[in-house]
Design a protein around this ligand. Structure first.
Ligand code: SF4
Length: 213
């Protein structure tokens, strides 16, 4: 498994390089993006983020009315629901005084448990926040990761926690590697490993079994 994941990482890295996610200026912007990207394309998240203008701060979101917030994020879809989730996530951040270093001083497991008990924050969102906003070594699993596992195949087990444990147990425990590996999987899923895969030219095609393709 270690060799398989190492091969995949190196092959994707050789093709796409260091992608340095997440495209955001502040930890809070990552948090907002992680909620807004649920069930929508990133282009819609960008429109919603742009709508905030100078109001993309935890203080401003905490003060905003729920209807106003929903209107701001309308392009991201499910805007009433996501406005409520943003309020919840912002309330969580308030426990740490909206201060990233205060979050970073806490144990990863404690923070992950807190986030998972926050309304609207599932595993993928929690891990995205912890990895990309606060720099914790926690691997993000998404639908693209599962698709790659199914097709290649990578026998990572079933379910989010099993796949996460497989990657974390067989990849160098490094925020940089976790950051880039997830980004590389997404990049390849968009370029090649789509719903209808375009296997010609895929950087891992020589070793991929294309199960189910
Ligand atoms: S070879 Fe095809 S199925 Fe395998 S990872 Fe690449 S695009 Fe996906």
């Amino acid at each position: 498994m270690r060799r398989t994941l190492s091969f995949i990482y190196e092959a994707l890295h050789a093709r796409y390089g260091e992608l340095r996610w997440w495209p955001a200026r502040t930890p809070y912007e990552v948090m907002v993006g992680a909620v807004l990207t649920q069930n929508t394309a990133w282009v819609n998240v960008e429109k919603a983020i742009a709508n905030f203008g100078e109001r993309l701060s935890p203080e401003a979101v905490a003060e905003a009315g729920i209807a106003e917030l929903a209107e701001t994020i309308r392009p991201a879809g499910f805007f009433n629901q996501k406005a409520a989730y943003l309020k919840e996530l912002t309330a969580w951040y308030a426990r740490y005084g909206y201060d990233a270093p205060s979050v970073q001083r806490e144990p990863l497991a404690k923070l992950r448990a807190e986030l998972l008990s926050t309304k609207g924050i599932g595993r993928e969102t929690a891990d995205s926040v912890l990895l990309y906003a606060f720099g914790f070594p926690t691997f993000v699993v998404d639908a693209y990761t599962v698709r790659l596992c199914d097709r290649y195949p990578i026998e990572a087990g079933k379910g989010y926690e099993a796949v996460k444990a497989c990657f974390e147990g067989n990849v160098e425990r490094s925020v940089g590697v976790y950051n880039n590996f997830h980004a590389l999987i997404v990049a390849n899923a968009k370029a090649h490993c789509r719903k209808r895969p375009v296997c010609g030219g895929c950087p891992v095609a020589e070793a991929c079994g294309r199960r189910g393709v």
